[in-house]
Ligand binder design. Structure first.
Ligand code: FES
Length: 103
């Protein structure tokens, strides 16, 4: 579990955090926040350095696109989905968790 403040996020500018030892890409889209694995499923690129358009993030290395809401790989060369993390908002505080076990 990792926490950060909503007010520190700029829409369309992802940040990289670590949750349970895993790199996670946190992206604000409007008033919503999404968290997906930061490592592209095609190779080792950090998605937090990619471009966000609406609910999509594009890997900067070879251009694969993923849906931030579901982690789904939308375009080649990626075919595997990203792990999605849960985001809970309480006031300005965001809590990012793995979606396993009791979550
Ligand atoms: S590493 Fe992301 S598309 Fe190749």
């Amino acid at each position: 579990m990792t926490q950060l403040e909503f007010s520190t996020l700029t829409p369309g500018k992802p940040v990289r955090i670590v949750v349970s030892g895993k790199p996670v890409c946190v992206t604000r889209v409007g008033e919503e926040v999404f968290a997906v694995a930061d490592t592209c499923t095609h190779s080792e690129a950090a998605l937090s350095e990619g471009d966000v358009t609406g609910f999509k993030i594009e890997c900067w290395l070879h251009g694969a696109e993923f849906d931030l809401r579901t982690g789904e790989a939308l375009t080649l060369p990626a075919v595997e989905s990203l792990e999605v993390f849960s985001v809970e908002k309480s006031g300005d505080l965001l809590t990012i968790n793995e979606k396993t076990g009791a979550n």
